[in-house]
Design a protein around this ligand. Structure first.
Ligand code: C2E
Ligand code: MG
Ligand code: MG
Ligand code: MG
Length: 288
């Protein structure tokens, strides 16, 4: 009986795997087509000053408008793009597109914004990474000092990367550097003082249950205090309610990002938001 059950389980998994492999292949070939046909789009999620309530920057988040499946979120295609190496071309496209957009907003006289762009682990290993970023920003006409690159701890610690040298060259190119999803990757903190970083982004899994969960309160408080003592800017990800924001303000967090202010938006919608001058400060007296 156990054997029969085992075989059924086996059959089930083989079927599931075959299906997954097929869908992977399909996604891969569709991704190649998507690059050629420019089916990608950049959404912009506001980053908001905790004290000022004003938009101080935007994170570029890629979306894929698949003609057959509509809007596809990165969770469904970034891992496949990463495995196949397509992520490098996608990443370069996102940087160029977003940099031209932010540059256009600056030229239109809107309040200056910082642009944050995600760098994938695979991209981080590319020998021509720094040159491609320099070129992309030069072509877009955006001064690198407005740009912050987000890198995960896993990307920094992966085999085959000379992270300290790459980070140094990126700093020399004039961009700022952020650790994304901080707290979910590597347990060693020693890299924080060895690497030329500017910003820590606290992963949203720690923010979700503050101020109610006492361990999350402890972890978040500690991360913010540590970042401040290392002179790093702190950004909280995934802020969805006012209680979280009030807590972050009390702890001295600099910037937040999350559905409380708003999700990633198409360029036109973000532009309307910028023009409306909408604010959402942590001060409970302030209304949106
Ligand atoms: P990430 O860089 O940590 O980006 C933040 C993700 O959290 C985004 O998901 C955003 O929509 C979501 N988010 C923001 N605020 C909230 C909130 O209040 N609550 C909740 N539940 N979620 C929130 P998205 O756009 O689906 O992107 C997922 C991940 O895909 C990103 O995580 C990033 O790792 C990757 N990604 C997105 N765009 C790019 C890109 O252009 N290049 C690379 N290499 N990776 C990208
Ligand atoms: Mg990010
Ligand atoms: Mg993140
Ligand atoms: Mg994340």
């Amino acid at each position: 009986q156990a054997k029969a059950k085992g075989r059924n389980t086996f059959c089930f998994y083989t079927q599931a795997l075959t299906k997954a492999a097929k869908s992977r292949l399909t996604v891969e070939s569709h991704l190649r087509r998507a690059l050629e046909n420019e089916e990608f789009e950049v959404f912009y999620q506001p980053q908001v000053g905790v004290e000022s309530g004003a938009i101080v920057g935007v994170e570029a988040l890629v979306r894929w408008r698949d003609p057959d499946h509509g809007m596809v979120l990165p969770g469904r295609f970034i891992p496949i793009a990463e495995d196949t190496g397509l992520i490098t071309s996608i990443g370069e496209w996102v940087l160029g597109r977003a940099a031209r957009q932010v540059r256009a907003w600056q030229s239109a006289g809107l309040p200056p914004l910082r642009l944050t762009v995600n760098l994938s682990p695979r991209q981080f290993l590319q020998p021509n990474l720094v040159q491609s970023i320099r070129d992309g920003l030069a072509q877009a006409g955006l001064d690198p000092r407005w740009v912050e690159l987000e890198i995960t701890e896993t990307a920094l610690m992966q085999q085959g990367s000379d992270a300290p040298a790459t980070l140094r060259q990126l700093k020399d190119a004039g961009v700022r550097l952020a650790i994304d999803d901080f707290g979910t990757g590597y347990s060693s903190l020693s890299y924080l003082k060895r690497f030329p970083l500017d910003t820590l982004k606290i992963d949203r899994c720690f923010i979700r249950d503050v101020p109610n969960d006492s361990s999350d309160v402890e972890i978040t408080t500690t991360i913010i205090a540590m970042a401040r003592s290392l002179h790093l800017k702190v950004v909280a990800e995934g802020v969805e309610n006012r209680a979280q924001l009030a807590f972050l303000r009390l702890q001295g967090c600099d910037v937040y990002q999350g559905f409380l202010f708003g999700p990633g938006l198409p360029a036109a919608d973000l532009e309307s938001l910028l023009k409306s001058g909408q604010r959402l400060a942590s001060n409970p007296g302030t209304r949106r």
